[in-house]
Design a protein around this ligand. Structure first.
Ligand code: ATP
Length: 293
């Protein structure tokens, strides 16, 4: 079993908390075993309207224990783009992802979403605009419908079914003993890994976030589930700005921008073809099969 790195575990906990509403937010800091690192400004505002234009501007980040997480990272994710972060273990990929919902604040530089510095935005507004989908999604031991509704409690049955259909989950759900009303068991244990992921994707689709943060699985599901999850992810990414910690060649090939990182820095930046031609870090990662086919 691959244990998610610390920033990603923190993000997973944050996501669960978001789904429970603000009441859950206090709890995550006990889960991630860190004091709340960010403070909301008294004059914090809602997000300006926008389509999910995310900019990292010369972002450096030092962990509270002094370790450098990021050094001068910049990229510009235009609305609808997919940005793939790749690099060896410890490169800073998950640290970069974790700064977006403000699990920590940057030490230097700035991150902006639709023109607003994240530090000027209310935390609930920021986190409402973001969905995080990871390889090891935990579901709550309630019905499939309730799990999907956590994305948006006011949604109608029709909207829940539509989200499930787009996430390639409707068929298997309708085959369960009580359909959408079937309880999923602790952690979602009555469903397969691929089924859990598709329920999580339906939940994210229902939330319709401006930004999608994706932690790509390193280990493949069985091939049928894998194909269905990839289709559902493609659906979820459409028309949405996506930042993905990528481990798959197919993902980086289809990304608009690949940021090849090492030591907390962007070593190379460009699309797959550019970076293969540059014959540097990225080309080495591809050759060494640090990225899987
Ligand atoms: P992986 O592919 O293994 O997940 P990564 O590229 O996501 O690696 P990060 O997990 O972001 O890399 O780690 C970047 C650096 O920050 C590493 O030196 C790591 O040890 C350090 N780091 C990560 N989380 C913490 C933490 N909570 N406290 C202190 N240092 C941390």
């Amino acid at each position: 079993l691959l244990l998610a790195s610390r920033p990603l575990r923190a993000l997973g906990a944050l996501n669960a908390a978001l789904q429970e509403g603000l009441a859950g937010l206090a709890r995550i800091f006990s889960v991630i075993d860190e004091p709340p690192a960010v403070k909301e400004r008294p004059d914090a505002t809602v997000l300006p309207p926008g389509q999910g234009h995310l900019q990292f501007r010369d972002v450096s980040f030092r962990y509270p224990d002094g370790r450098m997480g990021l050094r001068g990272l910049s990229f510009d994710a235009q609305p609808g783009m997919t940005i793939a972060l790749v690099g060896p273990s410890g490169a800073g990929k998950s640290t970069a992802l974790s700064l977006i919902p403000r699990l920590h604040d940057v030490s230097d530089g700035a991150i902006t979403l639709d023109g607003a510095d994240l530090r000027d935005v209310r935390l609930d507004a920021l986190r409402d605009a973001i969905a995080y989908v990871s390889q090891d999604t935990l579901l709550f031991d309630v019905s499939v419908r309730e799990n999907i509704l956590m994305g948006c409690p006011s949604a109608s049955d029709g909207e829940v079914s539509e989200a499930a259909r787009l996430a390639a989950a409707e068929a298997f759900i309708l085959d369960l003993p009580n359909g959408f009303d079937t309880r999923v068991g602790p952690g979602g244990g009555r469903l397969s890994g691929g089924q859990r992921q598709r329920v999580a994707l339906a939940r994210a689709l229902l939330r319709n976030p401006r930004l999608l943060l994706l932690d790509e699985a390193t280990s493949a599901l069985d091939s049928e589930n894998e194909a269905l999850v990839q289709d559902a992810l493609a659906e979820l990414r459409t028309g949405r700005t996506t930042i993905v910690v990528a481990h798959r060649l197919s993902t980086v090939r289809s990304a608009d921008i690949v940021v090849a990182m090492d030591g907390g820095q962007a070593i190379e930046c460009g699309n797959h073809a550019d970076l293969v031609a540059a014959n540097g870090l990225y080309a080495r990662l591809v050759r060494s099969q640090g990225l899987e086919g």
